[in-house]
Write a new protein. Sequence first.
Length: 459
Amino acid sequence: MTRFQALFSRVLTRLEALPGTTAQYAQLFVALLFVRLTLEFFSSQRLFTFGDVVHIGLWFVFIVLAYLLQLHGFARVPVAQAFRLVVVCYVFSWSAPLLDLVFTKGHGAQMNYLSLSSWREVAFSYVTVGGSSLVRGATLGIRVEIVLLVAASFNYVRLKTGQVGRAALAALCLYTVLFASGALPALLLVTTQALGLTFTQDDQSTVLLLLSLDLLLLGALLVRHDPARAKALLRSVRWDAVLFGVVFLAVGFGLGRARYPSEAWWTPTTLFWPGLGVALALAFAVAPSLLRGGEAAWPLLAVLAATSALLHTKLLFLTLVLFGVLVLACAPPFELERLTVGRPLSVAAALLCCAFGGFCAAGGPLIGFPGSWLGALGLAGALGTAAVEVRRWTRAARGAALAVGALLVVGTGVPLVGLLSLLPGALALPREGSRSATALCLLPLAAPATALAWGWNAA
């Protein structure tokens, strides 16, 4: 046993000392993952479909991210060090389909989720590492892989911390998460039944559940990897712009539901849309800071595109458009946000993309967006952005805001709301003083309200 432990320690030291950047190891993981998927298709005798690649791929990503986060926490090693080790050792995941092919003499075995219909089956499957069937669900190859993985993890945590109890707890938690990953549909079924939801023919709830878990774990790992950088990014976020984006998204969604009420929306698939929408909002919130700093935003774009594509193909297009608007506004050489007129216009364009996204998410076609609301929302975005920048305005610009307010009195047909938009322009005329601060608070509320009322009347 002593010689085995010494060998185990030497191998770990060699693996942890391997050269390479985090990006290179991420690239290596993608390569290993697709080889694993290919072996799985042959072992399971499964027809190749894009849906299977996405579903099984997201499941494997969840396993790796959950394992990485737990290994980082229990072994008390840096995230980057644990990531390199986990990725390199992921090559051993190839053993499960290969062992299944050997055990079944080339016929293969079906890797599926566990079939659990009672608590007795749950307990039996947990104790036996997958239940009674060796050719469906948790195959023999997968069980061998799980046992070896849990044993190696126990030994790794014990070597790193010197605590047997901590190592045993780590092994138990790792195995429990692996078991729970095989029971996700059963857990999802219980949740949907409790909420009274009905599965549809093109249900994607399990895929979106896996995607939600993957993004949550990825975010947690990024924060743990560099907490100072994560805090700096969050401090750089313009939360007022995020709030405006959410409002415009809600308005677009409301318009879509009002015009297309027959479209069924609240299903097990859309159950995960709000959470994924929050993830998209956070990603877009930090994107301007990355673009201004000249950092590579391609990884962020890849996450945004993948997430929106799995939600809806229309959202993928709008996500790319919105990202393009942010590039034009924040990144060299254009940097439109540095221009007096460029910033309100670019923010208005970004907010319109949010409204389009809400409209399409509600089941409406992009070209079906009501034209009367298009101008109203664009005006609301431009005026709201200008309001935030009111302290930088020249006297002429402040006078122009007053003139726009006067036009709104006539154009909206809502004198009270239109007159309200005059107040911020009038208060902003002085260059200094408390009245300018008051205008800064009032205009973000008055201008969008006026513009929305205008769109409502025109519609």
